[in-house]
Write a protein that binds this ligand. Structure first.
Ligand SMILES: NC(=O)c1ccc[n+]([C@@H]2O[C@H](COP(=O)([O-])OP(=O)(O)OC[C@H]3O[C@@H](n4cnc5c(N)ncnc54)[C@H](OP(=O)(O)O)[C@@H]3O)[C@@H](O)[C@H]2O)c1
Length: 353
């Protein structure tokens, strides 16, 4: 290590972990100390992520014990968990307890669902199994960085990728009382949203050149959106969400429609969105409908809105792996360490992928 803040990534061989490694490689203050892998400790990281071979030519995945040793030896450290829900909470708990025994207090940002709910019962109701570290829930706040200026907990649970896009679109409407609180949401995600392990629904021949919905009105991220939106806007919304699988690898596009609570035209809606995000460097509000290609592989969110009659529609495009996971997590971690939240995150989207 050469003086940077040591960073440890959990869930090492997964897609979000790979994106975290890509972002950390270019970050001026965080320095990778270990990337932990359950399935491949000792294996070369470049084997799982050939596109990162230039950044990490000799790096190997660490075991849990090795990751703990790196944390124990560091004065301060940043832990990013990109492990699956149901696995992450126990891993994070073990690392935090081990670090505490050696007098260390790492900061954690978890991109799994394990620290998105305030109570173990709320988590168990959605995920159908008991929470693995219920005593830790109070140490985490769940929000997108744009919606919370002050953190009162040491750690953060980042909302999911669909949830990030939906929250960016709907919170201004709810917080400013522009709509009645029933939200009709349609979203399309790329295949990396399903993670690395191949399953039939994400198999290329079935997915490419096709578009289909799944879990219509029963997706488990809808209650998370309701809870996060309520926490930051004070409004308990009903979220009717229909997700779709899109024929592309990266990116999310969501459309939120709701009934206006008072008369408003498109210009006023756009002005309200712009005012709400005036201090949010990663959110761009425009008259132009957002396009996935304009944000893919970046931490930017593009928003637009339109009004017709009594209906408002707000559209949002983000990259699921960056703004919806690794980039949003790094944005939070920057803030947890008192760094400008944009540090290491301002690269523009490549535009053509
Ligand atoms: N993909 C997205 O767009 C996205 C967006 C927002 C949030 N998330 C969340 O971020 C987390 C990571 O997502 P991902 O897409 O990167 O998933 P993924 O590609 O499936 O990777 C998850 C990784 O976790 C590790 N892991 C540890 N214990 C495991 C176990 N018991 N079973 C399976 N894997 C285990 C595995 O790596 P090792 O064996 O190397 O440890 C695996 O590669 C998930 O909680 C997901 O819900 C994903």
């Amino acid at each position: 290590m050469s003086g940077g803040i040591p960073a440890v990534v959990l869930g090492g061989s997964g897609y979000v972990a790979g994106e975290l490694l890509r972002l950390i490689a270019a970050h001026p203050r965080f320095e990778l100390a270990a990337v932990m892998s359950e399935s491949a400790p000792g294996e070369p990281v470049a084997g799982a992520f050939p596109h990162l071979a230039g950044a990490y030519p000799d790096l190997r995945f660490s075991s849990q014990r090795e990751a703990l040793e790196r944390l124990a030896g560091a004065g301060e450290s940043a832990v990013f968990s990109a492990a699956p829900h149901g696995v992450s909470a126990a891993l994070v708990d073990t690392l935090l307890s081990g670090a505490a025994r050696s007098g260390r207090r790492p900061r954690v940002v978890d991109v799994s669902a394990d620290f998105r709910y305030a109570t173990p019962a709320a988590y168990a109701a959605v995920y159908q199994h008991p929470h693995a570290a219920p005593a830790r829930l109070a140490e985490f706040t769940c929000a997108v960085p744009e919606h919370l200026s002050e953190l009162t907990t040491p750690h953060v649970g980042h909302p999911g990728c669909f949830a990030t896009a939906i929250l960016l679109a709907c919170v201004p409407l709810l917080a400013r009382g522009l709509v009645t609180p029933t939200l009709f949401v349609s979203g399309v995600t790329g295949s990396t949203g399903s993670g690395r392990r191949p399953v039939e629904a994400t198999h290329h021949p079935l997915r490419h050149a096709d578009l289909y919905s799944y879990l219509a009105l029963e997706h488990r991220h809808a209650p998370e959106v309701t809870a996060c939106a309520h926490a930051v806007s004070g409004v308990e919304a009903h979220v009717a969400f229909v997700p779709h699988s899109g024929p592309f690898a990266r990116g999310i596009h969501v459309t939120v429609q709701a009934e206006l609570a008072r008369p408003l035209d498109t210009g006023e809606l756009l002005a309200a969105l712009s005012a709400f995000y005036a201090r949010s460097p990663f959110v761009r509000v425009s008259e132009q409908p957002p396009r996935v290609k304009d944000v893919v592989a970046s931490n930017y969110a593009h928003l637009s809105g339109v009004v017709a009659g009594r209906t408002a529609a707000v559209l949002c495009a983000i990259d699921n792996l960056t703004k919806g996971a690794a980039g949003g997590a790094l944005q939070w971690m920057n803030r947890l360490f008192g760094l400008p939240e944009t540090t290491g995150l301002t690269s523009a989207a490549p535009g053509w992928t």
